[in-house]
Design a protein around this ligand. Structure first.
Ligand code: SAH
Length: 204
């Protein structure tokens, strides 16, 4: 997976490659998809959600330009896979999932795997996690038509936000936003993607 799907594309950050080598992806998929755990695709988990394609997990992680001492917020825990990848690289990971049973399942697995630097909770990620802000980076792993204002507030100046921006119901672009000193966000396009929608407040 790491050689063929990541290194042969444009994943060249050693910490990111190492993290994807270490995290046992087969434990994050449901039993019927275990034989496909290291394939080049997103896979269904429960509650109509998906675990993202390994390449996209790596690309989002690499685009966040992480350092060991960083504190990172993820919106959309899903299976917990992306959170585990982040936790291999940075000191502190916070992750929020709107579907409670998914949050519980991921929390249980991450604990079982010994990740002590991940804090997970169930709720709408729209509001972020104020108690632990500011964050060095924020990853949203569900497609949103809007950047939630509380997330911009909770990002450090110079910090990156990586997310699939829903341009329309057909097209989503993976983008990286960098928070500037004046509070404005610099935007960089990475690639076209397909994610499940972000739900909750962002759709109201
Ligand atoms: N990062 C996950 C995959 C994410 S799939 C992994 O590594 O497996 C997107 C997830 O975002 C879904 O589980 C969905 O329930 C969740 N989600 C959607 N809207 C959300 C919101 N407003 N707040 C938090 N989680 C949300």
């Amino acid at each position: 997976m790491v050689e063929n799907q990541l290194m042969l594309r444009d994943i060249n950050n050693a910490e990111v490659l190492n993290a994807l080598l270490k995290v046992p992806r087969h434990l994050f998929v449901t039993p019927e998809y275990q034989h496909l755990a290291y394939s080049d695709s997103a896979l269904p988990i429960t509650h109509n959600q998906t675990i993202s394609q390994p390449y996209i997990v790596a690309l989002m992680t690499q685009s966040a330009e992480l350092e060991k001492n960083h504190r990172v917020l993820e919106i959309g825990t899903g299976s917990g896979y992306q959170a585990a990848v982040l936790a291999e690289i940075v000191d502190e990971v916070y992750t929020i999932e709107i579907i409670e049973p998914l949050s519980k399942k991921a929390t249980h697995l991450l604990k079982k795997l010994g990740y002590k630097n991940i804090s997970a909770k169930s709720g709408d990620g729209y509001q972020g996690w104020k108690e632990h802000a500011p964050f060095d980076a924020i990853l949203i792993t569900a497609a949103t038509p809007e950047i939630p204002a509380p997330l911009i507030e909770q990002l450090k100046v110079g910090g990156k936000m990586v997310l699939p921006f829903a341009e329309s119901s057909f097209s989503q672009n993976l983008i990286v936003l960098t928070k500037k000193k004046n509070g404005k966000m610099d935007k960089k396009f990475i690639t076209g993607v397909r994610f499940v929608p972000m739900t909750g407040e962002v759709r109201k």
